[in-house]
Ligand binder design. Structure first.
Ligand code: HEC
Length: 391
């Protein structure tokens, strides 16, 4: 298994070990307020110092910047920690990323303090993945003009396409993020196949569908891309299928509730995938995950329904290729198991998690399931087996 994958699985499981059982019984509303937004602004404020200085290794280790960076990294770590302490306002689905951000911020600060500057920059470089993954889940109700001003001052051209996208979404400039993707889709600097391999379509869909719900814009973008002369046959095929799906799904918003629609969409997406890593069902699973995030975030519902939603989120996430090293699949599946171990979804989530981890840890030299993960799986197995199975 790739190193980054291993790191993400281990990180995921370590974080799960410290999490309380994530039961959500309250209605949180669509925009978790409370301590969240002031804390977010403080985190953002710290990043406006850290990110520009971190772009150059030399400036990052320059003693003239030491105090400023110390203060900003300490503030970043402090507020990221606060996010986990005041998190009661946020839905349980945020638990994983809140803890992941806290750990990254703390590591970046500690590495800086021990003068491991390159390692600290490396962590900072990935830290905005947490912001991206959280912010790209739900529609955004509130403009954030400070984010726009920050991006205008950043030397965006120095950043690679992913970093540009991550930073724009961290600063909650979703339109800028989409526009920067569209520029890359139109530019001939990168071959079409390379753009696809960078998983930019996946990132683009996450924002255009889940945050903006703007199907016509995605259709136009994909149709324009399709006319490029360098699109390989396999990708032309994917694009045709995605455009068809977008046309059909935008016309048919359906009357059913989000959970029912998401369930159907995932089944349809899975049917159109010809093999496990196929991406033909990508539009379906992205839209399903969008509905599921709204479902777990919005109204109060039974634990059984929540367990199904988390199980489906785990399934949907496993079909959405990532450019980030953070995987949320395990967290969603474990949440489903713990919420309703007696339900059919708790059981299904356990079976899926078991397979996901075994597949993730096996390679040409056999199975390498670390002992802590094995112990974790056994604990979950016991939870699932010791409850009488209903329905
Ligand atoms: C656990 C999920 C999560 C993570 C991780 C996260 N955010 Fe947020 N962020 C939110 C939510 C939810 C909102 C509120 C949206 C709303 O109220 O409209 C928000 C809002 C914001 C805002 C707008 C505040 C305002 O006053 O409108 C900023 C700025 C922000 N986040 C920055 C960041 C940055 C930078 C990172 C990463 C270092 C980050 N966030 C990581 C979930 C998250």
């Amino acid at each position: 298994m790739d190193n980054w994958r291993q790191v993400s699985v281990i990180a995921a499981l370590m974080i799960m070990l410290v999490l309380p059982v994530p039961v959500q019984t309250r209605n949180t509303g669509s925009t978790p307020e409370g301590g969240l937004r002031p804390t977010m602004r403080a985190i953002f404020q710290a990043l406006t110092t850290v990110i520009p200085l971190s772009l150059s290794g030399q400036r990052f280790r320059d003693s003239a910047n030491r105090q400023r960076l110390h203060d900003a990294l300490q503030a970043l770590s402090h507020h990221a920690m606060k996010l986990t302490q005041h998190g009661q306002e946020a839905p349980a689905s945020f638990n994983f990323l809140r803890h992941s951000l806290r750990d990254d911020a703390q590591k970046a600060f500690e590495l800086f303090e021990s003068e491991s500057f390159e390692e600290s920059r490396f962590i900072l470089h990935h830290l905005t993945d947490n912001c991206f993954l959280c912010h790209s889940r739900l529609p955004s109700s509130q403009p954030f003009p400070l984010g726009k001003r920050f991006l205008e001052q950043m030397p965006m051209k120095q950043l690679d396409p992913h970093e540009r996208m991550r930073l724009a979404v961290a600063a909650r400039q979703f339109d800028t993020a989409l526009a920067s993707c569209e520029t890359i889709f139109r530019s001939s600097e990168l071959p079409a196949a390379q753009i696809d391999l960078m998983a930019l379509f996946e990132d683009y869909l996450r924002i255009a569908i889940r945050v903006h719900g703007d199907f016509p814009r995605v259709i136009r973008t994909l149709e324009t891309f399709q006319r490029r002369p360098d699109v390989p046959a396999y990708l032309a095929n994917h694009l045709t299928i995605w455009i068809e799906a977008l046309n059909r799904l935008q016309a048919n918003r359906g009357q059913e509730d989000e959970l029912t629609r998401a369930r159907t969409l995932i089944q349809q997406g899975q049917r159109s995938n010809r093999y496990l890593a196929d991406r033909q069902g990508l539009v379906h699973v992205t839209l399903a995950s969008s509905l599921l995030h709204r479902f777990v975030d919005s109204r109060s519902k039974s634990e059984r329904q929540l367990a199904e939603a988390y199980y489906l989120l785990g399934v949907a996430e496993s079909y959405m290729p990532r450019t980030s090293w953070i995987s949320e699949t395990e967290f969603y599946l474990e949440t489903a198991v713990r919420l309703a171990p007696a339900s059919s979804f708790g059981k299904k989530a356990f079976v899926f998690l078991e397979e996901y981890l075994i597949m993730g840890y096996s390679g040409s030299s056999g199975l390498h399931l670390p002992s802590d993960i094995q112990t974790r799986l056994e604990e979950l197995r016991a939870i699932v087996n010791h409850v009488s199975v209903e329905k």
